[in-house]
Design a protein around this ligand. Structure first.
Ligand code: ME8
Length: 561
């Protein structure tokens, strides 16, 4: 099967990570975990994250803390690594732009662009946004009244002799690639924005800065012109290649998806593909720019001091489990074009509704019934040939309900679990390939909901009470419980990329950890080779998610000062 390579932005190390950085990396982590599952092979999947260390703001922040840029970068890169470990991200590599492996290869790419004439020396005068370390077009400068469109701080008019990347040469090609979805830019609202901006015309992009006296010795110098430093954005983009430019990793190019927020889409959808073309490399297969997390309805910013810091996230993980936090971020996050709100009351609602009363309750109900009626051993299999297709088991169950005066409104419902689970798996794979990560993990929950409905409808507890008088009902009871458990096993596979620890807990109790090296579609076949088996022990175990009081206060972060 083909390889899968996903990247996150590499984050600035001027400060510590917050929810936004965790969210983007979570998306990449879950996408990668899912693709490993689809392929049954982790070696075909590569997930890259890391830190961007040569920015001017890193130098300033280091100075303010009285340490060298390298020391400051080391400190904060370690914070990122710690945060990503705390979130249980399973990335394959963490690239730091101050590492030699990055510096030497990034210079080699820039040299190649100089040799091919795509980078050339020239004079530049333009509007510079010091807060974002980028030049903006005259059009944007005017539109935003000569302030930064991102931070609102004043723009500066700058003139300098620089090396330039001839982005203008790639205008028609870029327009065509993005318009035709040869390079899909997603969500589509973002694609339209990018196209609109390309249509205003592309200019040459400065890619270096002359080193001034007093500048910190930090960054990567222009190859063959050490008076110039490579502009941080240009070398940072190269990380996506430098990290995999080794004999055993080259096969991962082109990246399947570069993930980021909308703030840095232009670099990824326009400048980077043009650089790749000039380097003779294929463009990425998708550029995905999500929207922002906001907090209790307000934009998060330094000036408001309202970032959701890693300590707050940790406090939620400690109280509700980190899988619950992962689930909330994934399913309620700003994956589409709209911003998403982190609000405590909403967290509790989702936690109770989808986790405690969803997957948690279903697995404990089914586990408890198997323990109670069959001593924790699955009495039989039910591969779909018996039971719910021909309605025998359901008819028996409905008769038991009728006998106690609790007839269902519709006595002829059917639940075809091989089909329900098969469809969910197909949809999850489609959604995964389209980077619809929320939709992908929700397919697992859709199965859980179907099982809940099935149990409510078939009321196995009612059937069980009548077994003394109707021993023939045992077959139906066993089939209902088997089908429920087997469907939940398949749900757990789809939920595992989002909630790896909780699903591993379930697999340990139910003896159904997925075999290594087997692709998802085989693992997930209802009643198939990897299904739950007759005679298999299924322990009820602890409840996966305890219900929360919908009125409880947010957990308080433990601050270490
Ligand atoms: O831009 N909501 O680094 P950066 C969601 N070094 N995501 C958010 C967010 C929010 N409120 N705030 C930040 C840089 N992010 C460059 C990238 S790549 C070659 C160089 C996430 O530390 C989101 O992924 O400012 C956004 O694109 C990224 O952090 C910006 O990180």
């Amino acid at each position: 099967m083909s390889t899968y390579y996903t990247t996150t932005p590499i984050y600035y190390v001027n400060d510590k990570p917050h929810i936004g950085h965790c969210y983007t990396t979570l998306l990449a982590d879950v996408a990668s975990r899912f693709q490993r599952l689809v392929r049954g092979d982790r070696h075909d999947v590569f997930c890259l994250t890391g830190t961007d260390e040569h920015a001017e703001k890193v130098v300033q922040s280091a100075r303010a803390h009285n340490v060298s840029p390298q020391q400051w970068a080391d400190t904060n890169a370690a914070e990122y690594k710690k945060a990503f470990k705390a979130m249980n991200f399973d990335c394959d590599d963490f690239v730091r732009t101050s590492e030699d492996r990055h510096k030497s290869k990034a210079s080699a790419y820039i040299q190649k662009l100089v040799d091919s004439g795509d980078i050339e020396l020239g004079d530049y005068e333009g509007w510079y946004d010091p807060s974002q370390e980028e030049y903006v077009t005259d059009h944007t400068a005017k539109e935003s009244d000569y302030t930064s469109p991102v931070t609102g701080k004043p723009l500066e008019k700058r003139t300098e002799q620089n090396y330039f990347f001839r982005l203008d040469k790639h205008e028609d090609w870029l327009k065509e690639q993005i318009e035709s979805d040869a390079i899909p830019v997603r969500p589509s609202a973002r694609k339209n924005e990018v196209l609109g901006r390309i249509r205003q015309g592309l200019q040459k992009v400065p890619v270096s800065r002359r080193i001034k006296e007093g500048d910190a010795d930090w960054g990567i110098r222009m190859p063959n012109d050490p008076d110039h430093r490579i502009y941080v954005w240009i070398e940072a983009l190269c990380n996506y290649l430098t990290a995999i430019d080794t004999p055993d990793r080259q096969r991962f190019w082109p990246a399947d998806v570069h993930v980021m927020a909308k703030d840095i889409l232009w670099f990824h959808a326009v400048i980077w593909p043009a650089m790749l073309r000039a380097l003779g490399k294929e463009p990425p297969r998708m550029v995905y720019a999500h929207a922002y997390w906001v907090r209790e309805g307000r934009k998060m910013s330094k000036s408001l001091g309202n970032f959701i810091e890693i300590e707050t996230i940790q406090a939620y993980c400690d109280r509700y489990s980190r899988d619950a936090v992962r689930w909330y971020l994934l399913t309620q996050g700003p994956l589409g074009a709209n911003d998403a709100d982190f609000a405590h009351s909403h967290f509790l609602e989702v936690y109770n509704n989808e986790l405690a009363n969803g997957i948690g309750n279903s697995t404990s109900r089914v586990g408890n019934m198997i323990a109670k009626y069959y001593d924790g051993v699955l009495p039989r299999t039910c591969n779909g040939e018996f039971g719910f297709d021909d309605g025998v088991a359901l008819q028996t169950a409905v008769a038991a309900r009728v006998a106690v005066g609790k007839a269902p409104d519709d006595p002829n419902r059917t639940f075809h679990f091989p089909q329900i689970t098969g469809q969910a798996v197909t949809r999850a794979i489609e959604a995964g390939n389209d980077f619809q990560i929320d939709e992908m993990v929700r397919q697992g929950l859709a199965i859980v909901r179907a099982v809940d409905e099935f149990i409510t409808y078939s009321a196995p507890f009612t059937l069980a009470k009548q077994l003394d008088d109707h021993p023939e009902g045992d077959h139906a009871l066993g089939s209902i419980l088997y089908s429920s458990a087997e469907a939940l096993r398949i749900a757990s596979l789809l939920l595992a990329p989002a909630m790896p620890e909780k699903m591993a807990e379930l697999w340990a109790n139910w003896n159904c950890a997925p075999s290594e090296g087997v692709p998802l579609e085989e693992l997930a076949r209802f009643g198939g080779e990897y299904a739950l088996k007759e005679g298999q022990a299924v322990q009820k175990g602890d409840v996966l998610f305890m219900r929360a009081d919908p009125k409880e206060d947010p957990p308080s972060p433990i601050t270490t000062g």
